[in-house]
Design a protein around this ligand. Sequence first.
Ligand code: UDP
Ligand code: MG
Length: 315
Amino acid sequence: MFLSVVVPCFNEEHGMTSLHEALVRVLPDLADTFEVLLVDDGSSDGTLTQMREVSRRDPRFRYIALSRNFGKEAAMLAGLSQARGDVVALIDADLQHPPELLGQMIDLLGKGYDQVVARRTRTGDPALRKAISKLYYRMINKVVDVELEDGVGDFRVLTRRAVQALLSLGEYNRFSKGLFSWIGFDTATIDYENVARQEGTTKWTFRKLLNYGIDGVISFNNKPLRAAVYLGGLVTLVAFCYVAWVIFQALTNGVTSPGYVTIMSGVLGLGGLQLLFLGVIGEYLGRIYYESKQRPHFLVKESSGPEHTPVTVPL
Ligand code: UDP
Ligand code: MG
């Protein structure tokens, strides 16, 4: 069995040595041959220098450097598109995904699964963050067409055919959690305790998380647009009845009060709704705009082997 391990790295210069050590400790026992694909996602620190050094010393470690920071989704895709293994593992560079679990995960893969994911328990997370994710997943699962699960991230191993399936999805806006679920195949889950980051700091800001959350809702269906249609219809109906009633009142009793409050609430309420759903429509339009450009997901500026430098995802 040939195992590829894909590691997206963004500003991880301090973690590179411990990552190498941790991987060479476990990988040789797991597969006949293995390769590690380090993907430098446009780091601004010495990550790339470290990668060159690691791959010079240990040719089982290959690297690809993207031309700028394209985000973790693109970095993973870059790695997947270059991976040659029959089995491909995705792990984080900060050792928050313990490589020791890979053995157990690959064993499960041998039992006929195509994806094995590791689900982290949220112990140690701030209570607020925990509550928000719980709420988010409860809501999102009502809305989207694929099953998403809290704590299940990108730490997983995939068979070759699952990887090919992922690569065949050419969309520009990639929400991996949804894509992993969308491709289907039999999936097994194992649990592990949350581990603290070894080096450096998290690359997720609140803003990035919020955007990620919106991506999750928008990427997998058009229900928000549908909701806009229903709600718009309902509001129009209510408004129509109300206007009819006001005209009827005016005709029978004459105009009694200036009606400032009603007008203001009508204007503000409708204005708010319109803005909200213009935003929803805009989100979809924006996506269509990006998709229609058909841009590559990432560009490679350098890699350890000249033989592997395709620039886009094979579709
Ligand atoms: N990462 C990346 N590109 C980015 C942000 C993050 O390749 O734009 C990588 C990062 O180097 C790490 C993994 O994605 O290997 C997970 O990032 P991080 O540990 O910051 O996320 P968290 O564990 O806090 O969710
Ligand atoms: Mg991390």
